[in-house]
Design a protein around this ligand. Structure first.
Ligand SMILES: Cc1cc2nc3c(=O)[nH]c(=O)nc-3n(C[C@H](O)[C@H](O)[C@H](O)COP(=O)(O)OP(=O)(O)OC[C@H]3O[C@@H](n4cnc5c(N)ncnc54)[C@H](O)[C@@H]3O)c2cc1C
Length: 487
């Protein structure tokens, strides 16, 4: 009997395990080693003191058509499919855009949104021939718009500030630290699923685990063996000794000294983890093509800061505030962002949590914020809120916060992958990361799943699920081959 070890019980690992068993493998031939004390990885639903789910990681099902997560969630009747949920998105109609001393009017916001939308639309054609970064593309197009001369000086400075805000928004969506690091043409690799891009779960994203894990033939040799019995928590894999000659089984050693042997290993660790650890994690080290893929693809940081208040001090029709910054200007006219808080996108209301606001922060600023104490963060956020909206409401001080620290998590080390300029320079893409590593007799040994290995749905949960299924199917094929041939 072949033994398969899956490193990581995130969505891709769970999807791979359930598919292997669906494909006919005995549940006892699959073991999932998870470093953390919980499953789910970057899907991390916590329950607040009030008993309400809150998402530290993924929160939306992005699109409906062709989205396997949407299909599963809908079939299980676990999705809010009947409501449009634009909250926390920064784009909602009830979000105001403002400087510290001045809010821009709704018409102006609408016009600027339309400008961004039309830039995005045109970019779909232009970027395929664009050799530079996404940021350089947008900067050039935006400059053309400003030089068109239709705006007054005041409008020009508002438009510039709005454009700078959109840059931060794009960092949240794309996952890169700056759009100058995102490859313009590579950006087109990402495919949107048609339909509502912000579908939410009724009981939190973690419901997906139950859906994936329940979906198993539960009997094997008369014994019931649910997938949860095959997951070992607090098992951080330290090294994978994979024998390129293919003469012995793969040896997986955990940091607690335990050793597992397997015929195949599916690695689902995040690209962030692989970037930091690939040199020592694989023994012997990986072939050059695989190392280049790990080094070239981009992996940035996006964090959420939920700020709690005793009671909402804002009105029920207020969706939040997007923070616009004006001066001082840098050499190229861009806003100089000297402090981490200059990178906060805005403060937005949170669905199901009437006493909370969420602040999104990305890149280097997010990594800096992760090092600060909760009190330090609260102080900064409260100062900003007072400056931006203190005069509009009877503001009261926050009482606490809940935040993600994705970069500081040693088994994630960031948030999600993107197509970087380095990927383009090195000509390495998701398909390179997805390629198995073969031994000298031509059999695959190491399989790679996880969001970063998806050609077009990278950085998403549905992408992660598909990659788990992809590798499980690939293994099943080889298992049959092996049964007749080798091992
Ligand atoms: C803030 C944030 C918001 C997001 N929002 C959305 C969203 O709204 N919609 C969406 O579709 N996607 C969203 N995503 C992306 C989505 O969460 C991920 O793409 C997806 O969850 C990745 O799943 P995965 O299985 O590839 O990786 P992971 O979830 O990272 O799973 C890998 C697992 O491997 C474990 N592991 C790593 N190394 C080891 C080791 N050495 N030994 C043992 N175990 C190890 C980790 O602990 C982890 O549990 C968001 C992500 C973040 C961070």
């Amino acid at each position: 009997m072949k033994h398969i070890i899956i490193v990581g019980a995130g969505v891709s690992g769970l999807a791979a395990a359930s598919r292997l068993i669906h494909n006919g493998l005995s549940p006892s031939s699959v073991t999932i080693l998870e470093a953390q004390n919980h499953i789910g990885g970057r899907v991390h639903t916590i329950v607040t003191n009030e008993g309400i789910p809150l998402e530290l990681g993924a929160q939306w099902v992005h699109g409906q058509e062709g989205n396997v997560v949407f299909e599963m969630g809908k079939a299980a009747q676990e999705l809010n499919t009947d409501i449009q949920t634009l909250e926390s998105s920064g784009f909602a109609d009830n979000v105001v855009f403002g400087f510290e001393d001045y809010k821009i009017c709704k018409e102006q916001v609408r016009e600027l949104m339309q400008l961004i939308e039309s830039l995005k639309e045109t970019s779909k054609n232009d970027l395929s021939k664009w050799n530079k970064s996404l940021g350089e593309y947008y900067e050039e197009k935006f400059k053309e718009f400003l030089d068109g001369g239709s705006l007054s000086t005041l409008d020009r400075s508002v438009a510039r500030a709005f454009f700078e805000w959109y840059h931060l928004m794009e960092n949240v969506i794309d996952g890169s630290d700056s759009w100058e690091e995102t490859c313009g043409s590579g950006h087109l690799h990402y495919q949107e699923c048609p339909g509502d891009p912000l579908v939410t779960w009724k009981r939190g994203y973690s419901t997906l685990f139950n859906i994936l894990m329940k979906d198993l033939p539960c009997c094997h040799n008369g014994l019931q063996m649910p997938l949860s019995d095959r997951i070992l928590l607090n098992k951080a894999v330290d090294t994978i000794d994979w024998d390129p000659e293919g003469e012995k089984k793969i040896e997986i050693t955990c940091t607690d000294g335990t050793l597992y042997v397997a015929d195949f290993v599916i690695i689902t660790s995040s690209l962030g983890f692989l970037k930091s650890n690939f040199d020592s994690f694989f023994v012997p080290s990986l072939p050059p093509f695989k190392k280049r893929a790990i080094q070239g693809l981009g992996f940035g940081t996006v964090d959420k800061i939920f700020i709690k208040f005793k009671n909402p001090w804002w009105s029920s029709d207020w969706g939040g505030v997007s923070l616009l910054r004006r001066r001082p200007e840098g050499v190229n006219g861009n806003v100089v962002r000297s402090q981490w808080s200059d990178h906060i996108l805005g403060f937005y209301t949170v669905r199901l949590h009437p006493n909370m606001l969420i602040a999104w922060v990305t890149g280097k600023a997010a990594r800096e914020a992760e090092k600060l104490s909760e009190n330090e963060i609260l102080e900064v956020c409260s100062t900003l809120l007072k400056k931006y909206v203190g005069a509009d409401f009877a503001y009261t001080e926050p009482t606490g916060l809940i935040r993600s620290t994705w970069f500081n998590n040693p088994f994630i080390l960031g948030s999600y992958s993107y197509r970087s300029m380095k990927s383009k320079e090195m000509n390495v893409w998701a398909s390179d990361l997805a390629q198995p590593v073969y031994d000298s007799s031509g059999y695959p040994r190491l399989f790679f799943a996880g969001e970063a290995t998806h050609d077009s749905f990278y950085s998403t949960v549905h992408g992660a699920v598909e990659t788990g299924w992809r590798e499980a199917d690939r293994i099943a094929k080889y298992c049959n081959g092996f049964q007749n041939a080798k091992l």
